[in-house]
Design a protein around this ligand. Structure first.
Ligand code: NAP
Length: 252
């Protein structure tokens, strides 16, 4: 049995990854605040399966509890491999740093960075104990490597996620485990996140015109196309390179 745990499956890229993995016969567990009824329905037409867990990733204790329950469920004798995909993310708050509130920063950093850290730790512990191979994917962004006016929180957490991911990969390498930890950059996609970005004021986000043009000029990729690239990488699990930065731009 092959399992994938994906955060943020209620819409966007996470929904597409879940759908395509199910079509490969993978048993998918989706984690988000909202359930995804169409994935449950779709599962009946595939050789895979879909199960939802409701969890607010902005809450560290809740995240640890839910992922411990999921890990207990997955790391068992009949399991061949477990995929953990950190896909859930938020670009908010979009504004200059002086306008951020403690509440918005707390939530942002938890969803984009602390939740991946907590859940990676929970799954690695189980993988190392059971010797079941684990492949962890962190969905990153080009914003990790460049500074953007109004996106200091997002650039900061994605940069942190990159360094966290490659550091954990280095540890797994030196510990000689069979676990692999990688980054995946999906580039720009037509999702709710892009809609939020486009509807920000120019005062809060100076590049807003550029992002409005992406939509007008049809430059945003659809999520199935992007998800397909990641699924192709993950299905060839033997050849996944621990610590690698995979970008959709290298393929499409
Ligand atoms: N869209 C782009 O152009 C783009 C570009 C580069 C990188 N990315 C990255 O790609 C990933 C997916 O982005 P997307 O565009 O598909 O985003 P999206 O359409 O906004 O969807 C975000 C997903 O994250 C979940 N999520 C957000 N806050 C959560 C919370 N507190 N607890 C649990 N789940 C939460 C949402 O579920 P609920 O609301 O149901 O909780 C939703 O399923 C993100 O990591 C993003 O940073 C996107």
């Amino acid at each position: 049995m092959k399992y994938a745990v994906i955060t943020g499956t209620s819409r966007g890229l996470g929904e597409s990854i879940a759908k395509l993995l199910m079509q490969q016969g993978i048993h998918v567990i989706g984690v988000a605040r909202h359930a995804n009824k169409s994935l449950k329905k779709l599962a009946q037409e595939t050789t895979g399966s879909y199960q939802d867990y409701a969890c607010n990733l902005a809450n560290g204790e809740e995240t640890e509890k839910i992922f411990s329950i999921i890990a207990d469920q997955l790391f068992k004798k009949q399991t061949d491999i477990v995929y953990l995909i950190h896909n859930a993310g938020t670009v908010n708050p979009i504004n200059t740093a002086d306008k951020h509130t403690v509440e918005s920063l707390n939530s942002h950093v938890h969803v984009n960075l602390i939740a991946p850290m907590i859940t990676t730790g929970v799954f690695l512990k189980k993988a190392n104990k059971t010797k079941i191979p684990l492949i962890v994917t962190s969905v990153t962004s080009g914003a990790a490597d460049r500074s953007v006016y109004g996106w200091s929180a997002y650039c900061g957490t994605k940069a942190g996620l990159n360094r966290y991911t490659t550091s954990v990969a280095l540890e797994q390498d030196q510990l000689a485990t069979s676990n692999k930890v990688i980054l995946f950059d999906p580039s720009i996609m037509d999702t709710d996140m892009q809609e939020e970005i486009r509807s920000t004021s120019k005062e809060a986000f100076q590049d807003v015109d550029k992002f409005q043009k992406y939509k007008e000029e049809d430059s945003l990729r659809d999520t199935d196309t992007v998800a397909n690239v990641l699924v192709d990488i993950l299905m060839d699990s033997e050849n996944v390179v621990n610590g690698e930065y995979y970008s959709v731009k290298d393929v499409l």
